[in-house]
Design a protein around this ligand. Structure first.
Ligand code: DGJ
Length: 728
């Protein structure tokens, strides 16, 4: 178990409970990748490497014209640059002398009994109960005096391996990094694999696409300055015949919120290489003599138990090792109501109190005051940056408003969009140089707002001070942190011309510094991330916030796809899901069943609901509380694929001890005189007997999983069913 460095055959093997990962220091001290997959006890797997004369592949000079040795045909742990490997590189560095070359030879290996740390970037952490070992392998280039340090942590029980990379300049002149990938994984035999990713757009984030690997480079990336709505920094490589329940699946999740790149290349010899890291677009990072650059962490998992098995590994790990908020472990998330779709920016303190009173009657525990409470903010053309309460709207002041909400027995939450500034704002008038603009060019507008230059320390300090001041002024329980545009006009007034290639990355570093500072000062606040809905929904953000708004699209039938796609890597405990007015034909009960696929709340004007609707909502809020431990802490099963034609979508949550479960079904399509449909449960104990919906059925796990539950046929459109199963 753990990490084994066998000095006799020069192999380094990482072992988790069910997986092994092997590297070897081979010919000429290059570091080769030999294996990642189910546990193997065999010592040295280098027998797999067959060497042939490879035409047009380069041979290193030191191999003495040995034509069968080429990095182009060797599985490498970190692909080099300009060394005869023509596949995608893990590094592109301009050395002090202007040359573009890196040839790293394994020079140093250290093993520690704790999780490695990064100074500048978020990482997962080890809990006391975790068995974790870490490995550092230094690849040194003796000519350029550049070291690439590969970092690994092995979480044995969790079946997770993390990787990160550092680049150290030991020379006397600056080097410039143009590409640095945190992960490089070579499969000697890469044929027969599929690539699964989560592309999307505003309102339709994380839809699922699966495609067979063919002989070219498949690129999954974002160059929008954020991980984006359009792609997600997560990919799966799996057997072409892998299903939800069976088959080999590898998952890779990048802990980074800015531009990212994943390249999967099937090469001429059916070798498959995956690299993942910061996107090289407009990335030129100077590393001065003695300095070290850090690349973000990648979290990797492997299972033979299909896509559901893979999701479970990520869900379990991200629930326990990613975010330190008390809302992950100790405190249950409140049922909230958000003012956005209730009033947009047209509200005052009285209106908010009215919404809160009505919502109280619906079992709501927290009122969130969304966009519109600060500066001059009656529409989205002004006010961003002025984080002071607008007392024309909040006439009684924030403190008194929060007291009124608290007096109702409810908690209070507030919205911020700290990274942005409006041209029509006091902040912009005072500090136009803080906005990102390219000198001499008019900036690109998006929602008529401009990004602040988060790479600047003075901007970071301003935001930390302003946000903290609001949080200290009143009894704030919850913060929604939003960002509503992609970045353009990448330029920092605080950096010289030759450092502008660092701005994208420095923006993200600045953002992490701000969030870190605010959260550390207010550790008890529940933070929810948001980006024009569910853009920038990534593991790094979930390091800071235990939950994230899935999408501005609250239509319950679209939400089935949104939750389905998001669940491939992120657990339901982080999915912000609300009932709204969207979906006029969909019954309120169905909206509630769908919102119970995540953190559950409301996004509507509660004062407009009838007494009967409020009562139904009250019952649904109570059900969420009742099922909280199953939904937020249990295993999640995708029972059907909403992207495929079918008449219903079903999913299921099962407690870890398999004694309780919640199976949900939404009828999405009605057919005349259709067949009787059944839903088969998953994850139960075969021999355990369960009472379904307090005695509607009493059935064994075996019956529920193999025969299934009949779904009534003649029902109104978009009817939903919930089956609560409890062991008797
Ligand atoms: C986008 C978010 O997704 C919405 O929920 C809302 O907070 C608006 N921004 C406010 O501008």
């Amino acid at each position: 178990m753990g990490i084994v460095y066998n000095k006799e055959d020069n192999t380094i093997t990482l072992h988790t409970k069910n997986t092994s990962y092997q590297m070897k220091i081979g010919n000429l001290d290059y570091l080769f990748h030999l294996y990642y997959g189910p546990t193997l006890h065999d010592a040295d797997l280098s027998y797999q490497i067959m060497q042939y004369d490879r035409g047009f592949s380069g041979n290193p000079y030191e191999s003495r014209n040995e034509r069968t040795f080429s990095l182009d045909a060797q599985p490498q742990e970190f692909s080099t640059q300009q060394q005869g490997d023509f596949r995608t590189a893990s590094i592109e560095v301009v050395n002090g002398d202007g040359s573009y070359s890196f040839s790293g030879k394994a020079a140093k290996i250290t093993i520690e009994k704790e999780k490695y740390r990064l100074e500048t970037l978020p990482t997962v952490f080890a809990n006391e109960s975790d068995t974790v070992h870490s490995l550092e392998i230094t690849l040194s280039d003796s000519v350029s005096e550049v070291d690439v340090i590969l970092l690994y942590s092995v979480f044995e029980e969790a079946d997770i391996i993390t990787r990160a990379v550092k680049v150290k300049n030991n020379g006397k002149t600056s080097i410039h990094l143009k590409k640095i990938m945190s992960l490089c994984l070579d499969f000697i035999n890469g044929s027969g694999m599929d690539l699964l990713s989560l592309p999307g757009r505003y309102g339709q984030e994380r839809q699922v696409e699966r495609q067979p690997m063919t002989h070219h480079i498949h690129t999954i990336s974002s160059v929008r300055g954020s991980s984006s709505h359009q792609q997600n920094p997560f990919v799966v490589l799996c057997d072409q015949d892998a299903t939800e329940d069976f088959g080999k699946c590898y998952g890779f999740s990048l802990m980074y919120s800015g531009n990212f790149l994943a390249e999967a290349e099937l090469d001429q010899y059916d070798q498959l290489r995956l690299v993942m890291g910061i996107h090289p677009k407009q990335f030129v990072y100077e590393v001065r003599p003695g300095e070290t650059f850090e690349g973000p962490e990648v979290v990797m998992a492997f299972t033979e138990k299909g896509l559901t098995g893979l999701s479970h590994l990520f869900h379990d790990f991200y629930r326990t090792n990613l975010c330190r908020s008390r809302f992950v472990t100790q405190t249950e998330r409140p049922v909230l109501i958000n003012s956005w779709e209730a009033a947009f920016m047209d509200f005052d303190d009285k209106k908010l109190v009215e919404i809160a009173k009505a919502a109280k009657n619906m079992g709501v525990e927290l009122l969130v005051m969304d966009d519109g409470w600060f500066g001059k903010r009656d529409d989205d053309n002004s006010g961003l940056g002025d984080w002071v309460v607008n007392e024309d709207k909040i006439k009684c002041g924030l403190h008194a408003l929060v007291e009124q909400i608290n007096d109702l027995g409810m908690k209070f939450g507030i919205w911020f969009e700290p990274e942005m500034v409006s041209e029509d704002s006091d902040l912009y008038r005072a500090h136009p140089e803080w906005a990102m603009k390219i000198p001499g060019r008019p900036e690109v507008r998006s929602r008529n707002q401009i990004a602040l230059d988060m790479s600047r320390k003075d901007v970071q300090d301003y935001l930390i001070e302003k946000v903290n001041a609001i949080l200290d002024d009143a009894n704030i329980y919850y913060v929604k942190w939003d960002i509503n545009r992609s970045l353009a006009d990448i330029w920092s007034n605080a950096l010289p011309a030759d450092k502008q290639g660092e701005v994208y990355h420095r923006y993200i570093l600045g953002l992490y510094r701000i969030m870190d500072a605010i959260i550390k000062t207010h550790p008890d606040i529940l933070f929810e991330g948001c980006s024009g809905g569910g853009g920038r929904f990534d593991a790094a953000m979930l390091h800071y916030y235990p939950q994230y708004w899935v999408s501005d699209n609250n239509h319950p039938i679209d939400r089935l796809k949104l939750h389905y796609g998001t669940s491939f890597v992120y657990p339901p405990s982080c999915m912000g899901a609300h009932i709204s007015d969207s979906g006029k034909l969909v019954p309120l009960k169905t909206k509630a069943v769908v919102a119970m696929g995540g953190t559950f709340g409301y996004e509507l004007d509660a004062t407009h609901l009838t007494e009967e609707e409020q009562k139904l909502c009250r019952e649904q809020s109570a059900l969420f509380r009742k099922y909280y431990h199953i939904i937020i802490k249990g295993d999640y099963y995708r029972l059907s694929n909403p992207f495929e034609t079918g008449n219903m979508t079903a999913w299921q949550h099962v407690t870890k001890d398999r004694q309780e479960s919640l199976l949900s079904v939404v009828v999405t399509n009605l057919t005349c005189n259709g067949p009787q449909e059944y839903v088969r449960a998953k994850g139960l104990e075969t021999d355990t007997v369960y009472s379904v919906n307090d005695g509607q059925y009493t059935l064994s796990g075996s019956a529920l999983m193999n025969a299934g539950l009949p779904i009534p046929r003649e029902v109104p459109e978009y009817t939903a069913f919930q089956f609560h199963m409890k062991a008797v």
